[in-house]
Design a protein around this ligand. Structure first.
Ligand code: SF4
Length: 505
């Protein structure tokens, strides 16, 4: 595919990232900010280009229950698992070479390797004639009439690190004058380590942590004028500032997505007004909670509907509270915008009261951080809610037509196999009460870089180390977890093996 317009910056999204329905939001926000400065950013979503190769190959396992979930979890898990599996096999990284590997982690998905192992593997992948070298030449390096002044690489999670490093190597070879910039939430989490260790930046010119759309536009403007002098590791921009709600999506970027499941991502607030969960990285990644401007949010949704015919939206805010959702519902009504949308929230009894109103305003899916039904674990996480209230809220939502996604964490310090079984049974009972309306994101506890649990581990937790690009630590987790993790994966795939497109009313 060749592109003829003048490109001031190319922003690349490496695979694998776990969605074939939601285009990545960050690069579209960068494009919007750059456009305000008169600059043209071309976003290449290599993740969806990679995933599309497997459409038609992946099949749902027998017994999967089709559902109507919208948003991050409205995805084809069988397809994504197939694509990710093929990707990891193609890296040439050997799981046996992993370092600080947590008990239930995939070494290649979590990037649990040291610098030297990664250096060798990315050199092999970027070698002339190698699979990834050819794949990237076809989709990136052979498609522009001249090198872009800036190449941005977005890394939202460790699984994308491998190809990000291969791309950075190839930029040096194909476009040696281009400035290479890393950004994204995973880079934000690693910014302090990157400042202290030069091996992170071997093939990279700059790192931009935080929500860096303004800084990135400034850097691109300087690079276009031939003066890209900015710090190697930029300071994270001040948190809590007003930001754009309206991502700039190129039609050819959206055309890569299946129209019946395409869901446009949006973010209206940054940070989290709760901000206490001890396993969470939000205090590091988005440290200040901003306020919702509901009228501006409804206007952004209306604009995207007019521009792209979009009727499905996924609100990415870490915690959209009930008052915020009610404000958004009222603003959508006032602006005459009809759409289906999803959001993430924390369980509160008032949801049971307002579920019908929110459903009528287009709320189609709510993701809840339940985390654990056991009081001991709830105290460890500093997130205590009576399971009976959770059940009442789930029932009110599903009875009103709102599908729910329950985030549950298993294998906490001191948790027994019986505790884990009881929680899995509790989830299955919720799912079976409302078939197709209850999905689960079922995970074994990870102790994550920068989280309060990692910074101040409880006495019974021993952190054993973390690989340089990894997200989570090796720790003395309960010994029964690996066997249980397989059951959890099967259960998760069974629950929503193929999520069919929900009709837009
Ligand atoms: S887990 Fe959710 S509610 Fe808890 S601090 Fe993180 S973003 Fe906020």
């Amino acid at each position: 595919m060749a592109f003829d317009e003048v490109t001031d910056a190319l922003v690349l999204v490496p695979p694998p990232s776990p969605s074939e329905t939601n285009p990545p939001l960050g690069p579209m926000i960068l494009a919007r900010a750059a456009a305000r400065h008169g600059l043209n950013i071309e976003v290449r979503d290599l993740n969806i280009e990679y995933i599309r190769q497997f459409t038609g190959i992946a099949r749902a396992p027998a017994g999967g229950v089709p559902g109507g979930v919208l948003g991050d979890h409205g995805k084809n898990r069988a397809l994504l698992a197939t694509a990710a599996g093929r990707f990891f096999a193609s890296t040439g990284l050997c799981p046996g070479e992993a370092v600080h590997l947590p008990d239930t982690a995939d070494a290649r998905a979590g990037m649990h390797f040291d610098f030297e192992t990664l250096r060798r593997a990315t050199a092999r992948a970027a070698a002339p004639g190698a699979f990834w070298g050819k794949w990237l030449e076809e989709r990136v390096f052979g498609t522009l009439p001249e090198p872009p002044p800036v190449v941005g690489i977005s890394i939202m999670g460790p699984s994308q690190v491998f190809l990000a490093l291969v791309i950075a190597r190839l930029v040096r070879r194909y476009w040696p004058e281009s400035v290479t910039v890393l950004g994204g939430s995973h880079v934000t989490l690693l910014a302090a380590e990157m400042a202290a260790e030069p091996r992170y930046l071997e093939f990279v010119d700059h790192v931009m942590p935080g929500h860096a759309e303004e800084g990135f536009a400034e850097l691109v403007g300087r690079a276009r004028a031939g003066h890209p002098s900015v710090p190697r590791i930029a300071a994270a921009p001040p948190a809590g500032e007003r930001f754009d709600y309206h991502p700039l999506a190129a039609p050819r970027q959206l055309a890569l997505y299946e129209p019946s499941t395409l869901t446009l991502p949006l973010q209206f607030t940054r940070g989290c007004s709760y901000g206490r969960c001890t396993y969470c990285t939000y205090p590091v990644v988005e440290p200040v909670a901003t306020r919702l401007d509901a009228a501006r949010a409804a206007a952004a949704m209306g604009a995207l509907s007019r521009e792209h015919g979009a009727t499905r939206f996924s609100v990415k805010d870490s915690l959209l509270t009930v008052p915020m959702m009610l404000d958004l519902a009222a603003a959508l009504e006032a602006a005459g915008v009809r759409a289906r949308w999803s959001a993430t929230t924390k369980v509160t009894r008032s949801l049971a009261v307002h579920a019908r109103t929110l459903a009528d305003a287009g709320l189609a899916t709510l993701e809840f951080g339940v985390e654990t039904i056991h009081r001991r674990g709830q105290r460890l996480f500093d997130k205590v809610t009576d399971p009976e209230i959770v059940e009442e809220v789930i029932a009110a939502c599903t009875d009103s037509g709102i599908a729910v996604v329950l985030n549950l964490i298993f294998g906490l310090p001191g948790e027994t196999p019986d505790d884990a079984e009881r929680q899995l049974e509790w989830f299955a009972a919720r799912r079976d009460r409302a078939p197709g309306m209850v999905d689960g994101s079922l995970n074994l506890l990870e102790i994550v870089r920068g989280s309060p649990l990692a910074l101040r581990p409880p006495p019974e937790v021993e952190l054993r180390g973390i690989a340089p690009w990894a997200y989570c630590y090796d720790w003395n987790a309960p010994a029964w977890r690996p066997e249980f993790a397989r059951r959890v994966r099967d259960e998760e795939l069974r629950t929503s093996a193929l999520t069919g497109p929900a009709a837009v009313s």
